[in-house]
Design a protein around this ligand. Structure first.
Ligand code: SF4
Length: 154
């Protein structure tokens, strides 16, 4: 997997103070996408073991208390990202007790493959659905268009 941006401290993408990862790779091609440079799964930087450890360390940093991890993109559930994302969410669940995970995806929950569902089963909140330009509303919290749904799963 590759990623475009990692924000060690973020107060925009999800509730509270968070760490946020924008991965590469997306096949949805939404009109009006704000992040087209992430569509190519080979763009950006290699997401390696050192990056995983950086995220774990940031989530456990007691100097800046973070509520959890936000996963966006691109699409964290892009098929080529699934093995790395699954390993990452498992590490967070094991090594960062009490931290929540939010995940943004262009797939809707009823479209998920078994492998995608395996990731979703480990995250707390999913914001799902493609960005629909006709339904765009800048006043919406944590989503770009009104068709997208915030699912508080656990
Ligand atoms: S799912 Fe997100 S990143 Fe992918 S095309 Fe749609 S708006 Fe862009």
């Amino acid at each position: 997997m590759h990623y475009h941006q990692y924000y060690q401290t973020d107060v925009i993408n999800g509730p509270g103070t968070r760490a946020t990862l924008f991965v590469s790779g997306c096949e949805h091609q939404c009109r009006g996408c704000y992040n087209q440079s992430t569509w190519n799964p080979c763009s950006g930087h290699l997401f390696d073991d050192a990056m995983v450890q950086t995220i774990i360390d940031d989530l456990n940093d007691t100097r800046i208390k973070r509520r959890g991890l936000s996963l966006s993109g691109g699409d964290p559930l892009f098929p080529g990202n699934l093995s790395a994302i699954l390993a990452l969410v498992k590490r967070v669940k094991t090594d960062c007790p009490g931290k929540d995970i939010w995940l943004w995806t262009g797939y809707t929950l009823d479209q998920l493959s078994v492998e995608q569902q395996e990731v979703v089963d480990l995250v707390n909140v999913v914001v799902d659905g493609k960005f629909e330009q006709a339904l765009a509303d800048p006043s919406l919290l944590f989503r770009g268009s009104s068709n997208q749904v915030i699912h508080y799963l656990r």
